[in-house]
Design a protein around this ligand. Sequence first.
Ligand SMILES: CC[C@H](O)CC(=O)C(=O)O
Ligand SMILES: [Mn+2]
Length: 341
Amino acid sequence: MSLDKNRKIHIVDTTLRDGSHAVSHSYTVEQVTAIASGLDKVGVDIIELSHGDGLAGSSINYGFSATPEMELIRAASQVVRRARLGVLLLPGVGTIEDLKEARANGAQVVRVATHVTEADIAIQHLKAARELGMMPVGFLMMAHMAPPKKILEQAQIFVDAGAEYVNIADSAGYMTPDDVRARISLLVEKLPIPVGFHAHNNLGLAVANALTAAECGADYIDVTCRGLGAGAGNAQAEVVAGVFQRLGYSTGLDFYSYMDLAENVVEPIMQRPQIIKSAPLMLGYAGVYSSFLLHTYRAAEKFHLNPRDILVELGRRGMVGGQEDMIIDVAHALSLAKTEC
Ligand SMILES: CC[C@H](O)CC(=O)C(=O)O
Ligand SMILES: [Mn+2]
């Protein structure tokens, strides 16, 4: 695969999916319509939209969406002309039935996300996506938890299942540019399909990591307006647009329109600034799944603990996405240990 700087870098904007965590899944049809049509004009390649935890994530466990995601997908599909509309699906949270409904409402791409060592649970969803005429993408979460060779082996499972590209996610915002380089370079060298990268900004490295991924040959880069996303958020779209443009990468983005969209449409929706507060910083430091943040805040409040202490323990135990219900157990154990002291 060529590392030509002039190759097209495909931008995947996940403001309406990962960004949904940062607004407590409160997007309305009007907001989605405005953001999706803005992203389409800005020139992104894929607009990802669903509950922050993927299709059917709206639940007591993950937090309810204010508006049913199928309504939001339908609304976006009516205004998106150029970009492809995508959804994210975690096998077990979302089902093939949910995927069919998303397809019927206009979704064209699905990224099937699994823990970095569990790619095999995505096989049937990737095959179903292809049968539905969608673009199937394999998405490996918590990629810092596996060495490059293991990730390659898992990515190959996606290739065999018909994925059109493989996306690596630094879900904990734990990686440094060296970690990204080691993983992306190997995949780009060995895989017959393109590679993508999804950063989290818990250590303030999201844009640097996104750039490193592109330098190492990743063809798909995830971003969000104003960096909205779980934990300290994702790689900030407008910044990525500016940095990539200045360095001569070909993204097809209109940098100025992206800045305007973030400033005029997304920023007024934000419930709080997307900054690296102590707890998100701890996610990155301890290697904890970014979506655990809100659960951790709730558990900390209930057991009168500092969220940082819970996060360090979650990192020590190597907890992964899907183990949200264990956060309360960890908090309980820590509070018992505290009272015994
Ligand atoms: C809900 C799946 C997960 O959060 C996907 C993602 O954005 C990540 O792993 O960072
Ligand atoms: Mn994410």
